[in-house]
Design a protein. Structure first.
Length: 211
């Protein structure tokens, strides 16, 4: 059993290593292509300057081979860029948020409380804009609803139930599959819950304060 576990672990490590190599090849290829196009060079022209075959350069740009350091140096000289520039796309951090069903972060907003639940499903980091996706659940009838007003744009996708949703001086009936995209600086919010339970996805897009 121990030997089998070790073999499985080794196989997983090998698979991860292979994916890393492939990701690096693709990142290098994209940077080479981008640099070539910035100089308005054809594949044939760059291949000639770097003393490579056009076929080899094509494979590099398409992430189909791992170029040697000597090859990367030749390409860097021909493109007039440092060798390290080819690795930028691989080294950059990319935001990712993975949320299992029902595990969104509970958020206190106006209207939060009995029958009103807000779950944050992710957020941006270090970007010139903010994107906040929420899953909003209303499972209790209420006569008074909060009115929201904030910077940016908001997108609503109705998942379950039926709600009359007000934006400025107009109300829209939203049922499963319906969407509403609007300027969030105007007052907005649920006007009347017509069918429970009510669930909808709300995505708020705004400019970052840092930006």
């Amino acid at each position: 059993m121990v030997d089998l576990d070790r073999k499985e672990a080794k196989g997983e490590d090998s698979s991860r290593d292979q994916h890393s190599v492939e990701a690096l090849e693709i990142a290098i290829g994209k940077q080479v292509r981008s640099s070539r196009r910035r100089l308005n060079l054809t594949v044939a022209a760059l291949a000639k300057q770097a003393q490579l075959s056009a076929g080899m350069l094509s494979k590099i740009e398409n992430g189909q081979t791992s170029p040697s350091l000597a090859t990367l140096t030749s390409l860097a000289n021909a493109l007039q860029v440092p060798v390290t520039s080819f690795f930028r796309g691989y080294e950059e951090q990319r935001d990712v948020t993975y949320i299992k069903a029902g595990e969104g972060l509970p958020i206190e907003r106006r209207g939060s409380g009995a029958g009103h639940q807000y779950q944050l499903l992710g957020h941006t980091i270090g970007k010139p804009y903010n994107i906040e996706p929420y899953l909003i659940t209303i499972d209790d009838q209420s006569e008074v609803f909060p009115v929201f007003q904030h910077a940016g744009m908001e997108f609503i996708y109705m998942l379950e139930g039926r709600v009359a949703y007000r934006h400025a001086n107009k109300s829209y009936t939203l049922e499963p599959g319906d969407t509403l995209f609007f300027d969030a600086e105007a007052s907005h919010g649920p006007d009347e819950i017509q069918k429970l339970p009510c669930r909808y996805l709300s995505i708020i897009i705004s400019e970052s304060a840092a930006g």
